[in-house]
Design a protein around this ligand. Sequence first.
Ligand SMILES: [Cu+2]
Length: 98
Amino acid sequence: MIGAATFLLTFQSLEGGSWRQHTPCGKEFVMVAFKVPGMTCGGCAASVRRALGAVAGVEDVQIDLDSKDVRISGAPSADALRTALEKAGFEAEGLPVA
Ligand SMILES: [Cu+2]
């Protein structure tokens, strides 16, 4: 339980970048957080979600339209995320290079 609480705190304090995490059951995965300032409505958010969800290795996509924050969990490559976003007409801000 302590592990789960720590995990949640870490997750909520993300500002941009990527993190290697272990779930409470010991599985390792990566979280990537960045901003997509071009999202202005629910339609944009849906496009971004669809584009990112199709990238190999992505397990979950969370989008906060108000803050323009996007959080990915899974093990995708940042380049693949960037390419998918650009194809959908959006630019990522703060997406790690590696
Ligand atoms: Cu829109």
